[in-house]
Write a protein that binds this ligand. Structure first.
Ligand SMILES: [Zn+2]
Length: 385
């Protein structure tokens, strides 16, 4: 990653370049950003500038030498990473929860989208709604990897993504080395919540704030990565407040919405109008999607129902209803009984588990339809079932 490839923050880039050129780089830097604003690519551009033997002073790393290429691929032996992981991950059961065991996922995430968000990392690690952590064992690994001799003699770097996910014990383990760094050892912390990091680490670090990229810079990048129209990309860029990572997440969510929304709407329409036959017929569309899509459909349906529940409770600001979903949310939300939601969430979740367990999809969605139908229609005196 070169500085010129990183979105926005032009002034900061020049400041970092001057800092390196004048030899005043601190041994502990704390990059503060809002999720998805590009602190990781910025950190990688900085490391590359510091390490590149062919760098152009005052400008950028060369971007093509073997050192630059290894750093770009996140495979340079002197550049280490620590990030929040969790044993709950899909493949975590047989891998200890240490970043080093998840580097493959980490690198491929970065290759696809260096602006990935914490939610993207959690999804890539299969954390299923859980949050990762940087454990004491991880802190020990960090100290171990920094105690090794530098491979190329151009410094050792430890990039710690989300130090706020360390508990006090792990943070205290790192503190000593942050306070008394070894020569040529650099910590680069990237945080979304500096107030949750122990103050001794913050006060020993040079704080560097990244700003969201301007919309006019974000839009073409978003278009190139998603194929959205300029108008759509502009909406996402604004809604995401200049965070490319968040805008990409929203666009991804929107594209799955346009795929799953018609089926979900059909299901809810038949349910609220007491049309059991129509409801069961509509299942053919879902059954035809195939197993992976069926699981995604369940997640989507659950999310859509959650949005309806939140809007009913006046929590609109955090319900994240997409523009194309507003019609469905406003139409069905008020028609569903209050008691419906909790039981519907469990039923949809159960359906997803059954799809995962290879149960016949026709049976799974027939059962789900019956449950949803009963939740809405049974007990209504004027409806026949
Ligand atoms: Zn280079």
């Amino acid at each position: 990653m070169q500085f010129k490839e990183v979105l926005g923050n032009g002034e900061l880039k020049s400041r970092l370049v001057r800092m390196v050129d004048s030899g005043r780089t601190g041994h502990s830097l704390m990059l503060v950003e809002r999720d998805g604003c590009g602190a990781l690519p910025m950190a990688m551009a900085l490391v590359q500038y510091m390490m590149c033997p062919e760098r152009r002073p005052g400008e950028d790393s060369c971007g093509v030498c073997p050192v630059c290429r290894r750093i770009s691929g996140m495979v340079h032996p002197d550049v280490h990473f620590a990030f929040p992981v969790n044993v709950a991950g899909k493949s975590g059961s047989n891998r200890k929860p240490l970043s080093g065991n998840f580097l493959e996922e980490w690198r491929s995430l970065y290759r696809d989208n260096p602006y990935f968000t914490e939610a993207d990392l959690n999804a890539a690690l299969g954390l299923d709604g859980k949050v990762g952590a940087i454990s004491v064992a991880e802190a020990r690994e960090i100290l171990d990897s920094l105690s090794l001799k530098s491979y190329e003699g151009r410094g050792k770097f430890m990039v710690v993504w989300l130090p706020e996910r360390m508990n006090a014990e792990s943070a205290n383990r790192l503190l000593k080395i942050v306070e008394e760094p070894m020569a040529d050892t650099y910590f680069i912390f990237i945080t979304h919540a500096p107030e949750r990091i122990i103050s001794t680490i913050c006060s020993r670090s040079q704080l560097i704030r990244l700003y969201p990229a301007p919309v006019q810079e974000l839009v073409p990048e978003l278009q190139a990565r998603t194929g959205l129209s300029k108008q759509e990309a502009t909406v996402y860029a604004h809604t995401a407040g200049g965070s490319l990572g968040m805008a990409l997440d929203m666009a991804g969510e929107a594209s799955s919405a346009s795929f799953f929304l018609p089926a979900a709407e059909g299901m809810l329409e038949a349910t609220v109008s007491g049309d059991l036959v129509g409801l069961l017929e509509g299942n053919d569309t879902v059954v035809a999607m195939g197993r992976e899509r069926q699981k995604e459909f369940c997640l989507y349906l659950e999310g859509l129902l959650r949005k309806m529940m939140m809007r009913r409770q006046g929590l609109d600001a955090i319900s994240d209803v997409l523009p194309q979903e507003a019609g469905a949310v406003d139409r069905f939300g008020p028609l569903l009984p209050e008691s419906f939601f909790g039981k519907a969430f469990s039923a949809v979740e159960e359906a997803r588990t059954m799809v995962e367990a290879n149960v016949n999809a026709k049976m799974v969605f027939c059962h789900l339809s019956n449950v949803l139908f009963a939740l809405v229609n049974f007990g209504k005196s004027n409806k026949k079932v």
